[in-house]
Design a protein around this ligand. Structure first.
Ligand SMILES: NC(=O)c1ccc[n+]([C@@H]2O[C@H](COP(=O)([O-])OP(=O)(O)OC[C@H]3O[C@@H](n4cnc5c(N)ncnc54)[C@H](O)[C@@H]3O)[C@@H](O)[C@H]2O)c1
Length: 329
């Protein structure tokens, strides 16, 4: 009932997580607008994977987070804003830190200013477990120190802190949603699981960076469900909440699961281009979602093997999206 007829803006709604959030919001009866980055060759992104009737139910605004007046126009009249739009590539952030800061930090300020002027009723900002850096203890709860190990992570720490400062300074209804590594259908080959699957299906070998980092892998529909619960609960205002499964897996173990599912046994080859600088590599992210469980009654519903099977099935149906022309940041 909460979402019925609510006007909801999803920045980054044409991205991987945003597309699933939009679908769930439409299912719940919301009136959904997507704010996505303008490019001359198309703006639909992951939304192209939506069934036609869902796609047509969306209002799509193309613009840029760095354009304050465009952001203000998109925010006007919205009841709830989910802010997902960001540059998310860690390797990209090594090469173009200025661009990452302008979009992730200045863009978030533009969004918050627009919400402040519009008096938006609820705002959920998407953070990331990367803000913690390699676990100093496990599982990582929200009190774990921030230790950004890449310009991307630093930009997200900044955006989170600005968001919390706006909640305190201007009494704005902001919640920080901090998902651990999210995976599932519609994720591009930049991410590790689709990379493994595509290579296991179509290459002689599986080229990867380090196999030892451990990640807490959360299925994308569980991430979207958690974010929506945060908007629904006013008690979360001014708070940061992790979304995590509480289990972790190494990249090497992930390859084994994918190969077992596919019945393949391709050799793994280290690709030096994918190895991160030593102090930048986040060795373990394993989350404690106790706060989300207590405050929202949220828990992940999709187990890892089930989620991997769904992701494999989606990649198999969409191999045309994955061109094997080598690694790109
Ligand atoms: N994928 C994960 O594992 C993960 C984990 C934790 C948190 N997050 C966070 O969730 C959010 C969404 O991540 P995702 O994986 O769906 O990423 P994504 O790259 O698929 O989506 C991000 C979207 O932001 C848009 N965008 C980028 N720059 C923009 C700009 N200047 N103006 C307007 N739009 C712009 C892109 O067009 C894209 O559609 C991000 O904030 C990310 O930091 C992601």
């Amino acid at each position: 009932m909460y979402w019925q007829g609510k006007r909801v803006l999803v920045t980054g709604g044409a991205g991987f997580i945003g597309s699933h959030l939009c679908e769930r919001l439409l299912d719940a009866g919301a009136d959904v607008t997507v704010f996505t980055r303008y490019t001359s060759n198309g703006i639909q992104g992951a939304l192209l994977d939506l069934p036609a009737e869902r796609y047509e139910a969306l209002c799509i605004i193309a613009g840029d987070l760095r354009d304050a007046s465009g952001v203000e126009a998109a925010v006007a009249g919205q009841d709830v804003v989910f802010h997902l739009a960001a540059h998310i590539g860690i390797p990209y952030s090594y090469v173009h830190p200025n661009d990452v800061v302008q979009v992730n930090v200045n863009g978030t300020v533009n969004l918050l200013e627009a919400c402040r002027r519009a008096g938006t009723g609820r705002i959920v900002l998407f953070s990331t477990s990367e803000t913690y850096g390699t676990a100093q203890y496990t599982p990582i709860d929200e009190d774990h120190p921030m230790h950004p190990q890449s310009p991307y992570a630093a930009s997200k720490v900044s955006a989170d802190q600005i968001g919390l400062s706006y909640a305190r300074s201007f009494d704005m209804p902001i919640t920080i949603c901090r998902p651990f590594n999210t995976y599932g259908p519609r994720q591009p080959a930049r991410a590790v699981l689709p990379t493994i699957i595509v290579q296991a299906l179509a290459s002689e070998e599986i080229r990867l960076g380090s196999l030892t980092p451990r990640r807490d892998l959360l299925y994308v529909r569980d991430t979207a469900a958690g974010a929506m619960r945060m908007a629904e609960e006013e008690s979360t205002i001014g708070t940061t909440l992790n979304l995590a499964t509480g289990s972790d897996i190494s990249i090497g173990e992930l390859v084994d699961i994918v190969q077992a599912e596919l019945g393949t046994d391709k050799p793994i080859v280290t690709d030096e281009a994918r190895i991160r600088p030593e102090k930048s590599e986040v060795m373990q992210l394993l989350g404690d979602a106790g706060r989300a469980r207590e405050m929202l009654g949220w828990a992940p519903e999709t187990g890892l093997k089930e989620g991997i099977r769904e992701t494999i099935a989606w990649v198999e149906r969409n191999m045309h999206l994955f061109h094997d022309r080598g690694y790109r940041i």
